[in-house]
Write a protein that binds this ligand. Structure first.
Ligand code: UDP
Length: 310
Protein backbone atom coordinates (compact mmCIF):
# COMPACT_ATOMS: atom_id res chain seq x y z
CA UNK A 1 0.00 0.00 0.00
CA UNK A 2 1.20 3.51 -0.82
CA UNK A 3 0.07 7.06 -0.14
CA UNK A 4 -0.39 9.21 -3.24
CA UNK A 5 -1.05 12.91 -3.71
CA UNK A 6 -3.13 13.58 -6.84
CA UNK A 7 -3.18 17.23 -7.89
CA UNK A 8 -6.20 18.03 -10.02
CA UNK A 9 -7.80 15.06 -8.28
CA UNK A 10 -11.33 16.42 -8.72
CA UNK A 11 -10.94 16.73 -12.49
CA UNK A 12 -12.08 14.18 -15.05
CA UNK A 13 -8.89 12.11 -15.20
CA UNK A 14 -7.83 12.98 -11.65
CA UNK A 15 -11.04 11.63 -10.12
CA UNK A 16 -10.83 8.39 -12.13
CA UNK A 17 -7.22 8.09 -11.02
CA UNK A 18 -8.15 8.61 -7.35
CA UNK A 19 -10.70 5.80 -7.69
CA UNK A 20 -8.17 3.53 -9.41
CA UNK A 21 -5.61 4.09 -6.65
CA UNK A 22 -8.14 3.54 -3.83
CA UNK A 23 -9.49 0.41 -5.52
CA UNK A 24 -6.06 -1.16 -5.44
CA UNK A 25 -5.58 -0.29 -1.76
CA UNK A 26 -3.57 2.94 -1.91
CA UNK A 27 -4.33 5.99 0.21
CA UNK A 28 -5.08 9.19 -1.69
CA UNK A 29 -4.71 12.86 -0.89
CA UNK A 30 -6.77 14.60 -3.57
CA UNK A 31 -5.75 18.23 -4.08
CA UNK A 32 -7.73 20.61 -6.27
CA UNK A 33 -8.66 24.29 -6.42
CA UNK A 34 -11.96 23.37 -8.16
CA UNK A 35 -11.35 26.00 -10.87
CA UNK A 36 -12.57 23.68 -13.66
CA UNK A 37 -14.07 20.89 -11.54
CA UNK A 38 -16.44 20.39 -8.64
CA UNK A 39 -16.84 18.10 -5.66
CA UNK A 40 -19.56 16.24 -7.60
CA UNK A 41 -16.83 14.27 -9.35
CA UNK A 42 -15.73 12.95 -5.94
CA UNK A 43 -19.10 11.46 -5.03
CA UNK A 44 -18.48 8.04 -3.51
CA UNK A 45 -14.90 9.02 -2.65
CA UNK A 46 -15.36 11.59 0.11
CA UNK A 47 -15.76 9.59 3.31
CA UNK A 48 -14.16 6.47 1.87
CA UNK A 49 -11.34 5.14 4.11
CA UNK A 50 -7.96 6.25 2.84
CA UNK A 51 -9.34 9.25 0.92
CA UNK A 52 -8.72 12.87 1.86
CA UNK A 53 -9.67 16.02 -0.07
CA UNK A 54 -7.63 19.23 0.24
CA UNK A 55 -8.84 22.40 -1.51
CA UNK A 56 -5.64 24.09 -2.65
CA UNK A 57 -4.13 25.72 -5.73
CA UNK A 58 -0.92 23.81 -6.51
CA UNK A 59 0.51 26.96 -8.13
CA UNK A 60 0.94 28.15 -4.53
CA UNK A 61 3.37 26.45 -2.13
CA UNK A 62 2.24 22.89 -1.36
CA UNK A 63 2.57 21.25 2.03
CA UNK A 64 1.27 17.78 2.86
CA UNK A 65 1.86 16.26 6.27
CA UNK A 66 2.90 12.64 6.72
CA UNK A 67 4.60 10.26 4.33
CA UNK A 68 3.99 10.47 0.59
CA UNK A 69 5.09 7.77 -1.86
CA UNK A 70 3.87 9.31 -5.10
CA UNK A 71 2.89 12.74 -6.40
CA UNK A 72 0.75 12.59 -9.54
CA UNK A 73 0.47 16.06 -11.09
CA UNK A 74 -2.82 16.27 -12.99
CA UNK A 75 -3.84 19.82 -12.12
CA UNK A 76 -4.46 22.02 -15.17
CA UNK A 77 -7.31 23.26 -17.28
CA UNK A 78 -7.26 20.63 -20.04
CA UNK A 79 -10.12 21.41 -22.39
CA UNK A 80 -9.20 23.99 -25.06
CA UNK A 81 -12.29 26.00 -24.07
CA UNK A 82 -10.99 26.16 -20.48
CA UNK A 83 -7.36 26.94 -21.15
CA UNK A 84 -8.18 29.59 -23.74
CA UNK A 85 -10.40 31.22 -21.07
CA UNK A 86 -7.74 30.82 -18.33
CA UNK A 87 -4.42 31.34 -20.14
CA UNK A 88 -2.40 32.72 -17.21
CA UNK A 89 -3.60 30.11 -14.70
CA UNK A 90 -2.78 27.42 -17.28
CA UNK A 91 0.78 28.69 -17.68
CA UNK A 92 1.14 28.99 -13.90
CA UNK A 93 -0.06 25.51 -13.04
CA UNK A 94 2.13 23.96 -15.75
CA UNK A 95 5.20 25.87 -14.55
CA UNK A 96 4.86 26.91 -10.88
CA UNK A 97 2.47 24.06 -10.12
CA UNK A 98 4.85 21.49 -11.58
CA UNK A 99 7.72 23.03 -9.65
CA UNK A 100 5.75 22.83 -6.39
CA UNK A 101 4.73 19.23 -7.08
CA UNK A 102 8.33 18.29 -7.83
CA UNK A 103 9.47 20.03 -4.65
CA UNK A 104 6.92 18.07 -2.62
CA UNK A 105 8.05 14.79 -4.23
CA UNK A 106 11.71 15.61 -3.56
CA UNK A 107 11.08 16.48 0.10
CA UNK A 108 9.11 13.23 0.61
CA UNK A 109 11.46 11.06 -1.53
CA UNK A 110 8.39 10.18 -3.55
CA UNK A 111 7.93 9.23 -7.20
CA UNK A 112 6.65 12.12 -9.36
CA UNK A 113 4.35 11.42 -12.31
CA UNK A 114 3.64 14.28 -14.71
CA UNK A 115 0.42 14.29 -16.70
CA UNK A 116 1.73 15.65 -19.98
CA UNK A 117 -0.14 15.69 -23.24
CA UNK A 118 -0.19 14.95 -26.95
CA UNK A 119 -0.32 18.76 -27.27
CA UNK A 120 3.46 18.80 -26.80
CA UNK A 121 3.51 17.61 -30.44
CA UNK A 122 1.48 20.69 -31.47
CA UNK A 123 0.19 20.42 -35.04
CA UNK A 124 2.34 17.39 -35.85
CA UNK A 125 4.26 16.95 -39.08
CA UNK A 126 5.11 13.33 -38.26
CA UNK A 127 2.32 10.80 -38.19
CA UNK A 128 1.57 8.86 -36.03
CA UNK A 129 3.55 10.56 -33.26
CA UNK A 130 6.28 8.57 -31.48
CA UNK A 131 7.74 9.96 -28.25
CA UNK A 132 10.96 10.78 -30.12
CA UNK A 133 9.11 13.36 -32.25
CA UNK A 134 9.94 16.80 -30.87
CA UNK A 135 6.80 18.54 -32.01
CA UNK A 136 5.59 21.52 -34.00
CA UNK A 137 4.21 24.09 -31.56
CA UNK A 138 3.54 27.78 -32.12
CA UNK A 139 4.66 29.33 -28.82
CA UNK A 140 2.68 32.53 -29.45
CA UNK A 141 -0.47 30.83 -30.78
CA UNK A 142 -3.54 30.68 -28.51
CA UNK A 143 -2.91 27.02 -27.64
CA UNK A 144 0.69 27.86 -26.76
CA UNK A 145 -0.42 28.56 -23.18
CA UNK A 146 -1.20 24.87 -22.67
CA UNK A 147 1.34 23.32 -25.04
CA UNK A 148 4.31 25.35 -23.82
CA UNK A 149 3.32 24.99 -20.16
CA UNK A 150 3.35 21.21 -20.59
CA UNK A 151 6.62 21.29 -22.55
CA UNK A 152 8.16 23.35 -19.75
CA UNK A 153 6.70 20.89 -17.21
CA UNK A 154 8.42 18.00 -19.00
CA UNK A 155 11.72 19.89 -19.06
CA UNK A 156 11.41 20.70 -15.34
CA UNK A 157 10.56 17.08 -14.52
CA UNK A 158 13.63 15.82 -16.39
CA UNK A 159 15.79 18.46 -14.65
CA UNK A 160 14.66 17.17 -11.25
CA UNK A 161 15.39 13.63 -12.40
CA UNK A 162 18.85 14.44 -13.76
CA UNK A 163 19.91 17.06 -11.23
CA UNK A 164 18.29 15.73 -8.02
CA UNK A 165 17.99 12.04 -8.92
CA UNK A 166 14.20 12.25 -8.39
CA UNK A 167 12.26 9.19 -9.52
CA UNK A 168 10.02 10.57 -12.29
CA UNK A 169 7.52 9.44 -14.93
CA UNK A 170 6.03 11.42 -17.82
CA UNK A 171 2.85 10.33 -19.53
CA UNK A 172 1.72 12.01 -22.75
CA UNK A 173 -2.03 11.65 -22.64
CA UNK A 174 -3.97 11.62 -25.91
CA UNK A 175 -7.67 12.57 -26.11
CA UNK A 176 -9.51 10.63 -23.42
CA UNK A 177 -13.26 10.44 -22.82
CA UNK A 178 -15.80 8.61 -20.73
CA UNK A 179 -18.26 8.89 -17.87
CA UNK A 180 -17.84 11.85 -15.50
CA UNK A 181 -16.68 14.28 -18.19
CA UNK A 182 -18.30 17.62 -17.54
CA UNK A 183 -21.30 18.05 -19.85
CA UNK A 184 -20.14 21.63 -20.53
CA UNK A 185 -16.49 20.62 -20.86
CA UNK A 186 -16.42 21.90 -24.43
CA UNK A 187 -14.71 18.88 -25.90
CA UNK A 188 -15.81 16.93 -28.95
CA UNK A 189 -17.13 13.78 -27.26
CA UNK A 190 -19.01 15.51 -24.44
CA UNK A 191 -20.35 18.26 -26.72
CA UNK A 192 -21.57 15.83 -29.40
CA UNK A 193 -23.16 13.44 -26.90
CA UNK A 194 -24.95 16.23 -25.03
CA UNK A 195 -26.09 17.85 -28.27
CA UNK A 196 -27.37 14.51 -29.61
CA UNK A 197 -29.24 13.73 -26.39
CA UNK A 198 -30.86 17.19 -26.37
CA UNK A 199 -31.80 17.06 -30.05
CA UNK A 200 -29.57 20.03 -30.84
CA UNK A 201 -27.23 20.38 -33.84
CA UNK A 202 -23.80 18.76 -33.47
CA UNK A 203 -21.28 21.60 -33.77
CA UNK A 204 -18.40 20.39 -35.95
CA UNK A 205 -15.58 22.93 -36.14
CA UNK A 206 -14.53 23.54 -39.74
CA UNK A 207 -14.96 20.76 -42.31
CA UNK A 208 -14.50 18.03 -39.66
CA UNK A 209 -11.61 16.43 -41.60
CA UNK A 210 -9.23 16.99 -38.68
CA UNK A 211 -8.48 13.74 -36.86
CA UNK A 212 -8.19 12.62 -33.26
CA UNK A 213 -7.64 9.23 -31.61
CA UNK A 214 -9.96 8.79 -28.65
CA UNK A 215 -9.06 6.62 -25.66
CA UNK A 216 -11.67 5.32 -23.22
CA UNK A 217 -10.95 6.45 -19.67
CA UNK A 218 -10.64 2.95 -18.14
CA UNK A 219 -7.90 2.10 -20.65
CA UNK A 220 -6.18 5.41 -19.89
CA UNK A 221 -6.17 4.81 -16.11
CA UNK A 222 -4.83 1.26 -16.57
CA UNK A 223 -1.98 2.70 -18.65
CA UNK A 224 -1.23 5.46 -16.12
CA UNK A 225 -1.02 3.00 -13.24
CA UNK A 226 1.17 0.64 -15.28
CA UNK A 227 3.54 3.54 -15.96
CA UNK A 228 3.57 4.58 -12.29
CA UNK A 229 4.46 1.01 -11.29
CA UNK A 230 7.19 0.73 -13.95
CA UNK A 231 10.72 2.10 -13.95
CA UNK A 232 10.28 3.87 -17.32
CA UNK A 233 11.63 7.41 -16.99
CA UNK A 234 11.27 8.54 -20.58
CA UNK A 235 7.94 9.99 -21.78
CA UNK A 236 5.30 7.42 -22.74
CA UNK A 237 2.29 8.02 -25.01
CA UNK A 238 -0.94 6.61 -23.61
CA UNK A 239 -3.79 6.79 -26.08
CA UNK A 240 -5.82 4.74 -28.51
CA UNK A 241 -4.27 4.68 -32.01
CA UNK A 242 -7.68 4.22 -33.68
CA UNK A 243 -7.76 7.52 -35.59
CA UNK A 244 -11.05 9.06 -36.78
CA UNK A 245 -12.07 12.37 -38.30
CA UNK A 246 -14.17 14.67 -36.16
CA UNK A 247 -16.98 14.31 -38.74
CA UNK A 248 -16.83 10.51 -38.34
CA UNK A 249 -17.03 10.92 -34.57
CA UNK A 250 -20.14 13.12 -34.95
CA UNK A 251 -21.82 10.49 -37.16
CA UNK A 252 -20.92 7.74 -34.70
CA UNK A 253 -22.47 9.68 -31.81
CA UNK A 254 -25.69 10.11 -33.83
CA UNK A 255 -25.78 6.36 -34.56
CA UNK A 256 -25.11 5.31 -30.99
CA UNK A 257 -27.66 7.70 -29.47
CA UNK A 258 -30.25 7.21 -32.24
CA UNK A 259 -30.53 10.99 -32.36
CA UNK A 260 -32.00 12.85 -35.31
CA UNK A 261 -29.89 15.95 -34.64
CA UNK A 262 -28.34 17.61 -37.71
CA UNK A 263 -24.58 18.15 -38.06
CA UNK A 264 -23.64 21.82 -38.41
CA UNK A 265 -20.24 23.03 -39.61
CA UNK A 266 -18.94 26.21 -37.94
CA UNK A 267 -15.66 28.10 -38.12
CA UNK A 268 -12.47 26.07 -37.59
CA UNK A 269 -11.17 26.22 -34.01
CA UNK A 270 -8.11 28.51 -33.64
CA UNK A 271 -4.74 26.74 -33.81
CA UNK A 272 -6.52 23.35 -34.13
CA UNK A 273 -4.10 20.49 -34.90
CA UNK A 274 -4.97 18.78 -38.20
CA UNK A 275 -4.05 15.21 -37.28
CA UNK A 276 -3.30 13.38 -34.10
CA UNK A 277 -2.58 9.71 -33.46
CA UNK A 278 -0.27 8.11 -30.89
CA UNK A 279 2.46 5.64 -31.72
CA UNK A 280 2.03 3.34 -28.70
CA UNK A 281 4.93 0.98 -29.34
CA UNK A 282 6.78 2.20 -26.23
CA UNK A 283 3.78 1.55 -23.95
CA UNK A 284 3.23 -1.84 -25.55
CA UNK A 285 6.85 -2.89 -25.18
CA UNK A 286 7.71 -1.45 -21.76
CA UNK A 287 4.35 -1.57 -19.97
CA UNK A 288 2.63 -4.44 -21.80
CA UNK A 289 -0.24 -1.98 -22.27
CA UNK A 290 -2.69 -1.69 -25.14
CA UNK A 291 -6.17 -0.16 -25.14
CA UNK A 292 -9.03 -2.67 -25.04
CA UNK A 293 -12.20 -0.63 -25.47
CA UNK A 294 -13.09 0.43 -29.00
CA UNK A 295 -14.61 3.79 -29.87
CA UNK A 296 -18.17 2.53 -30.46
CA UNK A 297 -18.28 0.62 -27.15
CA UNK A 298 -16.75 3.56 -25.29
CA UNK A 299 -19.14 6.09 -26.81
CA UNK A 300 -22.07 3.76 -25.93
CA UNK A 301 -20.97 3.67 -22.28
CA UNK A 302 -20.36 7.41 -22.22
CA UNK A 303 -23.71 8.26 -23.82
CA UNK A 304 -25.51 5.93 -21.38
CA UNK A 305 -23.84 7.69 -18.47
CA UNK A 306 -24.73 11.18 -19.74
CA UNK A 307 -28.30 10.02 -20.49
CA UNK A 308 -28.72 8.82 -16.91
CA UNK A 309 -27.35 12.07 -15.41
CA UNK A 310 -28.33 14.97 -17.58
N1 UDP B 1 -14.54 19.91 -31.94
C1 UDP B 1 -15.65 20.14 -32.73
N2 UDP B 1 -16.81 20.51 -32.12
C2 UDP B 1 -16.94 20.65 -30.78
C3 UDP B 1 -15.81 20.41 -29.98
C4 UDP B 1 -14.62 20.05 -30.58
O1 UDP B 1 -15.60 20.00 -33.97
O2 UDP B 1 -18.05 20.99 -30.33
C5 UDP B 1 -13.30 19.52 -32.59
C6 UDP B 1 -12.08 20.38 -32.22
O3 UDP B 1 -12.02 21.54 -33.04
C7 UDP B 1 -10.95 19.39 -32.48
C8 UDP B 1 -11.56 18.04 -32.10
O4 UDP B 1 -12.96 18.22 -32.16
O5 UDP B 1 -10.63 19.38 -33.84
C9 UDP B 1 -11.19 17.58 -30.70
O6 UDP B 1 -11.45 18.64 -29.84
P1 UDP B 1 -11.37 18.48 -28.27
O7 UDP B 1 -11.68 19.81 -27.68
O8 UDP B 1 -12.21 17.33 -27.83
O9 UDP B 1 -9.88 18.06 -27.96
P2 UDP B 1 -8.45 18.64 -28.44
O10 UDP B 1 -8.67 19.76 -29.40
O11 UDP B 1 -7.79 19.07 -27.21
O12 UDP B 1 -7.82 17.49 -29.10
Amino acid sequence: MARAVVTGGAGFLGSHLCRGLLDRGDEVVCMDNLSTSSLDSLSGLVGRPGFEFVEHDVSEFVDVSGPVDAVLHFASPASPADYLRMPIQTLKVGSLGTHNGLGLALSKKATFLLASTSEVYGDPQVHPQPETYQGHVDPVGPRGVYDEAKRFAEAMTMAYHRHHGLDTRIVRIFNTYGPRMRPDDGRAVSNFVMQALRGRPLTVHGDGAQTRSFCYVDDQIRGLLALLDSDVRVPVNIGNPDEVTVAELARLVLEVTGSGSPIEHGDPAPDDPGRRCPDIERARRHLGWTPEIGLRAGVERTAAWFASRC
